[in-house]
Design a protein around this ligand. Structure first.
Ligand SMILES: C[S@@+](CC[C@H](N)C(=O)[O-])C[C@H]1O[C@@H](n2cnc3c(N)ncnc32)[C@H](O)[C@@H]1O
Length: 239
């Protein structure tokens, strides 16, 4: 069954977050934004079309990069404090974004709802990446696209093992972020065909949070076994 808005919001309340970390988020990323991330965001987000869901929209650093005239823009963010900051940001031209508090593992939308799902720096943080991938796939239309930008585990002989050792420490520094997730293979194992469009090792981020990859993932019909299909009770699901 698709979760109701109320169920998703109750689950969002369990996702770690605080007023302080929400306030420190943009200062923490300031240098990275100025020296590279902003350009990557622009490239990734400008590719969206139709009816769009952004997962883990945070404080809204992607908002300025949306093209005008989308059919719909839903900004999903579980953290109450970040969602509050998000609500203060200017909307893209020609669309009134809907802000929904939900975790990626429990999206309160019917199957096959969106043309595009987009996320930046979120699959590194979600509690259950596989469940989140399944939810993204479920809410995407069969010909929809999932656009992403993530830092991932290095395959380098030194950095990769260092990231494994640093995982717990980095999680404490960076608000629950895992520095050693193999996100592209995870998506491929969970029903997506993935095209990596950019990858960069040298980036103004601490080495544990490199490399950065961006790409387009498309659902593969019938693989893996589709999650249980269902509908939310009338009036509860966001449609
Ligand atoms: C590193 S921040 C990225 C924020 C924003 N996407 C950006 O690029 O600036 C990670 C975001 O993931 C959100 N998050 C954490 N757990 C989540 C979950 N289970 N489902 C969806 N989002 C989650 C956090 O609240 C936070 O906004």
């Amino acid at each position: 069954m698709t979760a109701t808005r109320q169920q998703a919001e109750a689950a969002a309340d369990q996702v770690p977050g605080s007023k302080l970390s929400a306030r420190l988020y943009e200062p923490f990323l300031w240098l990275g934004e100025k020296t590279g991330f902003r350009r990557w965001r622009q490239k990734v987000v400008s590719g969206v079309s139709g009816s769009v869901l952004e997962l883990g929209a945070g404080t809204g650093l992607n908002l300025a990069h949306y093209p005008a005239g989308l059919d719909r823009l839903v900004l999903v963010e579980p953290d109450f404090h970040k969602a509050g900051i998000l609500a203060t940001k200017p909307a893209p031209a020609g669309v009134e974004p809907e802000i929904v508090r939900a975790p990626g593992e429990m999206l309160p939308f019917e199957d096959d709802t969106f043309d595009t799902v987009v996320e930046t720096l979120v699959l590194c943080t979600v509690a259950d990446p596989e469940a989140t991938a399944a939810e993204i796939r479920r809410v995407l239309k069969p010909d929809g696209r999932f656009l992403f930008m993530e830092h991932v585990r290095s395959e380098g002989p030194r950095l990769g093992p260092l990231q494994d050792r640093m995982e717990k420490t980095w999680m404490r520094i960076a608000d629950g972020c895992h520095c050693n997730r193999r996100t592209v293979p995870m998506l491929e194992a969970n029903g997506f065909e993935v095209e990596v469009t950019a990858e960069q090792d040298k980036f103004p981020m601490p080495p544990v949070a490199r490399p950065i990859v961006s790409g387009i993932a498309r659902p593969i019909a019938g693989s893996p076994p589709a999650p249980e299909r269902g509908s939310a009770p009338d009036g509860d699901a966001a449609t």
